[in-house]
Design a protein. Structure first.
Lengths: 118, 113
C-alpha cells in the first residue's frame, strides 16, 4: 500500500529536550516536505527536500532541522523544543514536478504527529 | 493579506442541500489549484484538482476564474459523510520550491440529518 508514515503519532515533551519525528514514504517520491498546522493559521511549510541531500527552508523553519540521507526518509529534528512548537505536524511527499503535468500533481500526507511541549 | 483566503465557516446544512465554498488567491503566478479534504484533524487528502475549464467529479464541481483569482467548490446533494474541512490549495509557478503548496485556513462543513 502506497503511504507516508510518521512516528510518533503523539508526543508530550518538555522544553529543551531534543526530539526527532520520523517520516518515511514507499512511493519513491523525490519531493518531501514538513508542515505544521495551527488553529487560524492553516498548514505552513517548515522545510522541504527536492531529493536526496537537497533540503531547504520553507516558511517557518526556525527551531527545526531536517536531513535527507535516503530517498524514502525525511526526519524532522527539534534540537531544543519550546512551547510555541506545540502543533500538529504533517509530513508529505510527491513526485517531482517535471515528471507530471501540473494538473495531475498530488501530494500525499502522513497521518500527523501531535506534539505538545510543556 | 493571506495568500489563500477562505471563509472558515462553519457551514451547517441539512442532508441533500447544495453548498458552495469560495476561495481567493493573491499570487497571479499561481499554477495549479486543488481542493483537499481534511477530516477531524487527520491528514489532508486530495479531493480534486481544479482545471481552468472547470471540472466535475460526481456530486462535486470545481471552478477556476484566473482573472478574478477565485476558486469555488460546489457540493450537490450533501451527505452526512461530506462533513469535513475543505482546504483550498494553490501551487505557484516560477519558484525553485516546485512542490510547495499554499493552504487556505479551510472551510468547515457540517451536514446534519
Amino acid at each position: 500500500e502506497a503511504q507516508v508514515t510518521q512516528n510518533p503519532r503523539y508526543l508530550i515533551t518538555v522544553t529543551g529536550k531534543k526530539l526527532t519525528v520520523t517520516c518515511s514514504q514507499n512511493m519513491n517520491h523525490e519531493y518531501m516536505s514538513w508542515y505544521r498546522q495551527d488553529p487560524g493559521l492553516g498548514l505552513r511549510q517548515i522545510y522541504y527536500s527536492m531529493n536526496v541531500e537537497v533540503t531547504d527552508k520553507g516558511d517557518v523553519p526556525e527551531g527545526y532541522k531536517v536531513s535527507r540521507k535516503e530517498k524514502r526518509n525525511f526526519p524532522l529534528i527539534l534540537e531544543s523544543p519550546s512551547p510555541n512548537q506545540t502543533s500538529l505536524y504533517f509530513c508529505a511527499s510527491s513526485k517531482a514536478q517535471s515528471s507530471l503535468p501540473g494538473f495531475r500533481y498530488e501530494q500525499y500526507f502522513g497521518p500527523g504527529t501531535r506534539l505538545t511541549v510543556t | 493579506r493571506k495568500e489563500v483566503e477562505q471563509d472558515p465557516g462553519p457551514f451547517n446544512v441539512p442532508e441533500g442541500a447544495t453548498v458552495a465554498f469560495n476561495c481567493t488567491y493573491s499570487n497571479s503566478a499561481s499554477q495549479s489549484f486543488f481542493w483537499y479534504r481534511q477530516d477531524c484533524r487527520k491528514e489532508p487528502k486530495l479531493l480534486m484538482s481544479v482545471y481552468s475549464s472547470g471540472n466535475e467529479d460526481g456530486r462535486f464541481t470545481a471552478q477556476l476564474n484566473r482573472a478574478s483569482q477565485y476558486i469555488s467548490l460546489l457540493i450537490r446533494d450533501s451527505k452526512l459523510s461530506d462533513s469535513a474541512t475543505y482546504l483550498c490549495v494553490v501551487r505557484s509557478r516560477g519558484s525553485s520550491n516546485t512542490g510547495k503548496l499554499i493552504f487556505g485556513q479551510g472551510t468547515t462543513l457540517q451536514v446534519k440529518p
